[in-house]
Design a protein around this ligand. Sequence first.
Ligand SMILES: [Zn+2]
Length: 364
Amino acid sequence: MCVGHLTRLRPKGAIRIYCKLSDPNLSVLSQTMAQCCKNIKETVQMLASRHKDIHGSVSKVGKAIDRNFDAEVSAVVAETVWDSPERQKYLSETIVEHLYRQGMLNVAEDLCQESGVVIDMSMKQPFLELNRILEALRMQDLRPALEWAVTNRQRLLDLNSSLEFKLHRLYFISLLNGGIGNQLEALQYARHFQPFASQHQRDIQILMGSLVYLRHGIENSPYRTLLETNQWAEICNIFTRDACALLGLSVESPLSVSFASGCMALPVLMNIKQVIEQRQCSGVWTHKDELPIEIDLGKKCWYHSVFACPILRQQTSESNPPMKLICGHVISRDALNKLTNAGKLKCPYCPMEQNPSDAKQIYF
Ligand SMILES: [Zn+2]
C-alpha cells in the first residue's frame, strides 16, 4: 500500500491508518501481529508469576538487614587510634596510594592538596605507568604492554614470568581474528615467538597449526578456543601481577586488603566487645596494636610466617629475631642471651655446646 493511498483514506482532523483486510499482505501482517501480542502477553504473565515467587524473599531482605546490621560499630575501635597527626598522615598516604592504584589520579591530587600530604613523584610514577598500560589493555591495545615487557624482558624472565609470550600470543590471535587478509602479517609476526620456542613449544605449535584454518575461519575450526574473549581480562590480571612483583608492590592495594580484613573481623570484634561489657572485665581491650584474641581471616590473608621461640614461648620480632644455632636448632635472641653462660651456650635440645656468636639470624 502506497503512502498516497493512505493519505487519501485519512479523514480530516484525525491521524489514522486504515487497512484493507482484503489485501493478502496485510492479512499476513495482522496474523503476525496477533501472534506477537499473544507471545508478549504470555511472556509478561510468565515474568509476573516468577516475580511473585521471588518477591516474598526479596521483601524480607530489608527486615533481615535491619535485624542483623549493627549501626554502631565505632565501639570496637580504640578512640585514640587516629589521634596523632602521624597516624592521620599514614591514613591519608594509604588512601592516596589506593587512589593512584585505581587510576583515580585527579581525586588523589585533590586529597593531597586538602590533607597536606606530599607524595614523592618517584612513588607516583610506577602507578601512572601501570594505569596507562592497563587502560590500553582494557581497550584491547597491546602495544604499550608489549613495549614495557620487551624493556623489562630480563627482569621478567628472572621472575619466571611468561607475560611477554602471552602478550605476543594475544597479538597473534588478534591477527588471526582479522581473517585471511592478515595471513602474511601473522606469519611474519610469528618470528616474535622464537625466543620462547623451548619454554612454550606446545602453545606455539597450536598457534601455527591454526593458520591452516585461516581461510575457512578459525571460529569453525578445532582451534576456536583461541578466540575466547576472556583472554583480555586474563592478560590484565597477569600484567598487574607481574608488573607489581617487578616493581616490588603488592598486587592488591593495602587499603583494600585492610578493609576486607576489617569486614571479616568486625562481627567477631563486636561479639568480644559485648562479652567484655557483660562480664565487666576491663583491661582486655588495650590500646596496643593487638587484638584480645586471634581472628582467622583465611589463607588469603596469610602474609608473613611467624616464629615463636620454644624457650621463651614468645613470638619473635625485629628486636628479638630468631637465631639459628650451629646444631640447626632455632631459638630467639633473648633466649640465646639468657642461656649463654660464661661465653658458652649449651643447646637446650641436642645439647651441643657452642659459641653463641656462631648463631646466625634468620630472616623470613
Ligand atoms: Zn641443638
